[in-house]
Ligand binder design. Structure first.
Ligand code: R5P
Length: 313
């Protein structure tokens, strides 16, 4: 097995390598003066089972091109199998024609990764499960919920008696219900969210009784933070005792860190390290980063050994 990392999340790649007791393959990844990506893998990979670790997070297009070019270099260097390990799969929110004359960019990105030469994909919490089917190569979609529920139990001191899991929108109900079940079938509530335009969210109603409960908002992506902050305020207005949020992918763009820090209703935000934390995230006392290194390392080990990964789901 060989592990290779792009520039998107070196910290997670190093942590995965450490868990697997492997070193990262030496490679030069640089930019020409005009911004073009150049890659040179500095170790022999002929006949190797190679895992390329790269999230297509911000800067999404640069990181995507790095991933494609790394895969191309490995393919031309005769690697026997190339697995694209994409902890955060960007472009996932463009998974359908949202209006006339709009693209399905998630499908295009899946095609690009396959055409570049990837044999498999390993990813975490795809925005929509059906994106798995956009790839015509085997794709394993892991769930961070196992790691997240452990952290919730640690923070709550083991007792989940007063917890209510809240889906921040109707689309996230299946995900939220899975967490509620893992926490011992705790109550579930749903935020009826409307998005009048991209990047703006409005809370219409809270479905379910949250009076006196410690609410856990559970989502796959936090981007501007609007969804979480608005939901937290509405939950407090509806009598919730406290509101914390647990999210798989901390996109946290624009003024999101500031917005979350200022949000009175939101006590804490926990994100995974599927996207490398910026200095602002690291410095925000309210935001905690939870690692998914062991989850990904175990999946990589099993794929390499041709073992089942289903028990990780
Ligand atoms: C939407 O379907 C997603 O699950 C997230 O709720 C959304 O991407 C969060 O975006 P923001 O933080 O910008 O409100």
């Amino acid at each position: 097995m060989k592990l290779l990392a792009g520039n998107s999340n070196g910290t997670l790649a190093k942590a995965i390598a450490k868990v697997l007791d492997e070193s990262l393959t030496e490679a030069v990844i640089k930019r020409f003066a005009d911004g073009e990506v150049f890659v040179e893998i500095q170790e022999n990979v002929r006949g190797e089972d190679v895992f390329v670790i790269q999230s297509t997070s911000r800067p999404a297009n640069d990181n995507l091109m790095e991933l494609l070019i790394l895969i191309d270099a490995l393919s031309r260097a005769s690697a026997s199998r190339i697995t694209a390990v994409i902890p955060y799969f960007g472009y996932a929110r463009q998974d359908r024609k949202a209006g006339p004359r709009t693209p399905i960019s998630a499908k295009l990105v899946a095609n690009l990764i396959t055409t570049a030469g990837a044999d498999r994909v390993l990813t975490v919490d795809l925005h929509a499960g059906q994106i798995q089917g956009f790839f015509d190569i085997p794709t394993d979609n892991l769930y961070a919920v196992k790691v997240i529920q452990q952290r919730i139990r640690e923070i709550s001191g083991g007792s989940t008696d007063n917890i209510c899991v809240v889906s921040p929108d109707v689309g996230g109900v299946v995900r939220a219900r899975a967490l509620a079940k893992r926490l011992g079938n705790v109550p579930l509530a749903i935020v009826d969210k409307r998005r009048p335009k991209a990047g703006v969210s409005e809370v219409m109603n809270i479905i379910g009784d949250v009076e006196g409960l410690d609410c856990i908002l559970f989502d796959d992506i936090v981007d501007s933070g609007g969804t979480l902050c608005n939901a937290a305020d509405a939950l407090i207005e509806n009598g919730a005792k406290s509101v914390s949020a647990y999210v798989s992918h901390g996109v946290l763009s624009g003024g999101a860190v500031e917005r979350i820090t200022q949000a009175k209703g939101l006590k804490k935000l926990v994100v995974t390290d599927s996207i490398e934390a910026t200095d602002a995230v690291k410095g925000a006392g309210k935001i905690e980063v939870l690692t998914i290194d062991e989850l990904l390392a175990e999946a990589i080990r099993r794929i390499s050994n041709e073992e089942s990964v289903s028990s990780l789901f």
